[in-house]
Design a protein around this ligand. Sequence first.
Ligand code: UD1
Length: 420
Amino acid sequence: MSGIEIEGGCRLAGEWEIQGSKNAVLPVLAAALLHAGVTVLTRVPDIADVRASVEILEFLGVKTKQWGHTLWVDASQAAPRKIPRQMGERMRSSVLFLGPLLARFGQASLPFPGGCAIGRRPVDYHLAGLRRLGVRLEEGGGEIQAEAEGRLSGGVVELPYPSVGATEQLLLAACGAQGRTELRGAAQEPEIVTLCRYLRRAGAEISGEGTPVIRVEGFCPSRQEIRFRIPGDRIAAGTYLAMAAMTGGRVHIRGISPSHLWAPLCAFRRMGCQLRLLPEGISLWAPSRLSALPFLATAPYPAFPTDLQSSFLAMMAVAKGESCLEENVFESRFSMAGQLNRMGAQIQVQGRRARCLGVERLQGGRVWGTDLRSGAALVGAALAAEGTSRVEGFEHVERGYQGMLPLLESLGAKVRKITE
Ligand code: UD1
């Protein structure tokens, strides 16, 4: 367990380059297993989830070397081995190794990625789609055993919901299938587009990424070296912009495409922030007090992302007027409302909606982040609060945010890590 102590009341100010995207690098790392040669990834974020993925790759016989933010991966000698429970259960995206293992070796065995603090998070769409591609699956004892007789067979797969993980899983599996796969109802997130760009470099013929219908032609693994740069993390950028907005700050973030953040940027503007958008950068100037947002709802991309819901709830807690936030992606994602209320916020949660009457200032206190995004949002709330706060559960934040403490210090914050 680790926590951080934050002295509130500073205005964040400064300029920096955003980290590489967590949600983009994880599927690309799984995809590197499909490629029977060397992949050199640059701008790899230094976060716990990347380290956990690299550990799984190495367990599967993949050689890796890392210097700075460059990761060299050689999957030529990879072999299918049963992924141990303690390795797979550490993060949900370990389930993404299923598709590449099946595509390359026709078999896979790995632990079920259990539930988590933001909801049930089942993988039924992943498994139903794989069955459609000819995979025989057995679930039991907290494990998934999967096998394909010969090669997987391409076909039409219709997703009941544009799940990001299921879309990635099926794209990865389809690369090893005989013939063409058509994925209908696919997720359209920028991370899907990034994964398709990588798979194309590895030899796949793909069209339609970024739309609800993606077509993939299976291919045989090549040995050609692939160099690939991970794009900037749109969610981390949004999280830090929210921290700046709450503290009356002024920041410029480089290395992020504003087009990946349209819905949140519109919401920042509606709350009174001024923005300057460059092709690869965003500047934000916060007003002396944010304005409430009468209604904001999360939904799959290109709508407002669920991963920024908690940061916006923290902003609404101190905005002038009454706001309403509706969560439509994960069922249990308002747990941090109670934590914000401990700091003096006035938030009432009813089902999918949180209604919030903004207060002038939050009061410092001891709060618990239970998942990565709510932990980061509580850090923002503590920065904006009066007095000293202690945010527990910082280990969740470190799963996805690279070097958050030194970065905040460089922007003027007074923060200190406490490890017990
Ligand atoms: C990914 C992101 C996560 C983000 C989420 C939604 C990564 C590593 N994580 O998670 O940060 O919050 O997208 O943008 O990229 N569902 C099912 N059955 C399934 C799969 C999903 O019912 O088989 C449901 C989930 O419970 C949830 C919804 O679909 O209610 C969306 O989940 P999904 O898009 O799959 O999220 P992840 O890929 O897990």
